[in-house]
Design a protein around this ligand. Structure first.
Ligand code: MSP
Length: 652
């Protein structure tokens, strides 16, 4: 239990995940929601906040009762049998939660009952009859909007058949909160991130809200209604309240604790449960006279072959299998960096392996390894900062400060994948600096030491920013620079990085490769072996051969996309700024806006036709052309060299 002293701390951060249904073990989708919360929790700890991170399981309801019955188990035994799987998965993946709530916990049950009593007394909960088409698997009634004609409708979310149900029920007076909700959305446009998702909610509420049935007499597996125990609490009135019962709501002895943590600073959820969190939940809180959560971060789905990954569809990926093969931190990184939060994202093993090799083993691990090996070859173990930095190192330091600013604002916003794209860009800059300085040729020891020190400082900064994403690997990286990382109470490492003038001394320790490179079997990658879509190869009837000179006339250069902006008046074109190393920076216009978000391009290396005749489009000059290819997934991909090469490298 918390001590009073803790409640004096001004900077607090309370973050929650949805609570998971316990009809099966957690899958990669459940891990994704939980991981986002863990990243937010760890990030705020680095910022010196006192953090409370809540996760747990949603254990009541018809679905669970039916699944338990099928397995010939009592519901309580059935749900108990999954808890270790959840806790073990979270442990394996370094999820640093503070409390694991179960809706069958006695504390939660009592607190929900006292909540119901209070709302009944206020008149916000009343008894009546409900008749409607009900979907048992989803535990929701079909809305009027989804009921097109008088026929029995299918469930709007799972498409399964519904059945007409009429029963005595308690209702929550949702309809009387319609105007207050609309005012709240208007006054708090940042309540939902990404903001566009709030529009869906507003439109839904504007169509009119009906009172919400919050009890069942037909279901037995649930929280009994106080003073009317043949009713049990219908799932959302039970589940949503976990966010307050976990921190002491309804328990007078925990009032101070509750007032300290509530309102939640960030609530993470998938897009499928947005309405419940953005409509029912605020209305429940209004009825309870409690403040609103500050922000809902709503993520898209992880898809497999373009279908939502889910237990019921049978395409769920077991996090345990990934863990054994790739390790927790690599999976954490891949999910955080390449699943885009704002939209649904395809999870693919070939892509995962490619990213582990390119981003982690090459760009990060190799750089660290080469730098340490090189320094130790020259018997340098203690690396001191130079008295005066050279201009290139200062530029690198400035680049880091710029990165830090952008990284911080994306992290605060909840766009972790964008923050990581910024960091990846900086890692490329450090690689470019290290290679351009060619320290292995340097005879002047002071100059050599400066390059090593600048690289150490850069890697130190990268290591700190990676702590929330890859806690174990980032700590190993820092250890190899001689820093045994341990966050002290109240320490604000991010402000320290902001103020850090690059004057540290590093003690280098050689460690095993941070990331093992994965052997990618060429033709055997899953998607290549079994393409999901039929790929039609266009047969060209005539091929005109060209001479070697014709080919040599085409300058194919590798460049890094430094920035990417839309162009006013064009929904297809992007303006890219591309760094071609010694060939300079060029502006390239490309019609790939519909296929790529800017963050999928920024900091990526690609191949360009450098000497294509400049051409004007939308009043702007394009000075080159980017190469792309359509993959087995029918999506457009950048063509990149596969390994990191210096910008301006010419393909031959
Ligand atoms: N029990 C409710 C939530 C109650 S919160 C008060 C529930 N549980 S769930 O187990 O079905 O889903 C929990 C979370 O996992 C949701 O945020 C959901 O979006 C997420 N995911 C489930 N499958 C997913 C993917 N394939 N991809 C990403 N996340 C998905 O809903």
């Amino acid at each position: 239990m918390l001590t009073n002293e803790i409640f004096n701390k001004s900077k607090k951060f309370y973050v929650t995940t949805p609570i998971y249904y316990v009809t099966a073990k957690p899958h990669l989708g459940s891990l994704y929601s939980t991981l986002l919360a863990d990243i937010a929790a760890r990030w705020h700890k680095l910022n010196g906040c006192k953090v409370f991170f809540l996760t747990g399981t949603d254990e009541h309801g018809q679905k669970v009762a039916e699944a338990a019955f099928k397995n010939d188990m009592a519901p309580q035994d059935f749900v108990d049998s999954f808890i270790n799987d959840f806790k073990q998965t979270w442990y394996d993946y370094g999820i640093s939660y503070d409390f694991f709530i179960r809706t069958t916990d006695e504390n939660h049950v009592k607190a929900v009952q006292s909540w119901i009593t209070r709302l009944k007394e206020n008149g916000d909960i009343y008894k009546s009859y409900y008749t409607g088409f009900y979907c048992t698997p989803c535990e929701t009634f079909v809305t009027e909007k989804d009921q097109v004609d008088s026929k029995t409708p299918d469930c709007a979310s799972c498409n399964r058949q519904t059945s007409l149900v009429s029963e005595e029920s308690y209702f929550f007076k949702l309809s009387s909160y319609q105007d207050r909700l609309l005012n709240f959305y208007e006054e708090n446009p940042d309540f939902v991130v990404p903001n566009e998702r709030l529009n869906e909610v507003i439109n839904f509420v504007k169509q009119g809200l009906k009172d919400l049935s919050i009890s069942r007499t037909t279901v037995k597996w649930g929280i009994p209604f106080p003073d009317d125990s043949h009713h049990v609490t219908y799932v959302w009135a039970d589940a949503l309240n976990n966010y307050i019962t976990a921190i002491g709501y309804g328990n007078p002895a925990r009032e101070e604790e509750f007032n300290f943590w509530w309102p939640a600073d960030l609530q993470i959820l998938g897009k499928d449960i947005l309405r419940f969190h953005a409509i029912y939940w605020p209305a429940f809180l209004m009825a309870s006279d409690l403040p609103m959560p500050k922000k809902l971060l709503v993520h898209g789905w992880i898809k497999i072959n373009n279908q939502k990954m889910s237990k019921s569809l049978g395409n769920a990926i077991d996090p345990k299998i990934l863990l054994d093969k790739y390790g927790a931190d690599a999976i954490r990184y891949y999910l955080a960096r390449y699943m885009a939060i704002t939209q649904d994202s395809e999870f693919s093993i070939p892509d995962l392996e490619h990213r582990i090799n390119a981003d982690l083993a090459n760009d990060l691990g190799n750089l660290l390894n080469r730098m340490v090996t090189l320094a130790q070859k020259k018997d340098l173990f203690e690396i001191k900062a130079p008295h005066n930095w050279g201009i290139k190192a200062l530029a690198l330091r400035d680049a880091f400060w710029d990165t830090l600013e952008l990284f911080e604002s994306e992290m605060e916003e909840g766009y972790f994948y964008k923050a990581l794209a910024q960091l990846a860009k900086f890692i490329s800059q450090v690689n470019a600096y290290f290679h351009a300085q060619e320290p292995w040729r340097e005879k002047d020891l002071l100059k050599f030491e400066e390059v090593i020190s600048a690289t150490c400082h850069s890697l130190y900064c990268v290591g700190i920013l990676l702590l929330p994403i890859m806690p174990t690997k980032a700590a190993e990286l820092l250890k190899s620079l001689g820093l045994n990382f341990e966050l002290k109470e109240d320490q604000d490492l991010i402000t320290e990085l902001d103020d850090n003038p690059w004057n540290k001394t590093f003690i280098l320790n050689k460690i095993d490769n941070l990331f093992q490179k994965i052997e990618i079997q060429k033709q055997e990658t899953e998607s290549a072996a079994k393409p999901q879509h039929q790929v039609v190869f266009e047969v060209k009837p005539e091929i005109t051969n060209i001479t070697i000179q014709d080919f040599l006339n085409v300058m194919l250069l590798v460049g890094t996309i430094e920035s990417c902006e839309g162009i006013k008046g064009s929904d297809k074109l992007y303006k890219l700024e591309v760094n071609f190393g010694s060939y300079g920076i060029r502006q390239v216009l490309s019609g790939i806006k519909l296929q790529f978000a800017p963050e999928q391009l920024i900091a990526r290396q690609a191949i360009f036709v450098y000497n294509l005749e400049p051409r004007k489009m939308m009043g702007l000059e394009s000075q080159g052309m980017i190469l792309t290819a359509i993959g087995f997934d029918q999506a457009l991909h950048l063509v990149s060299p596969g390994i990191l090469v210096p910008n301006g490298t010419r393909l031959k």
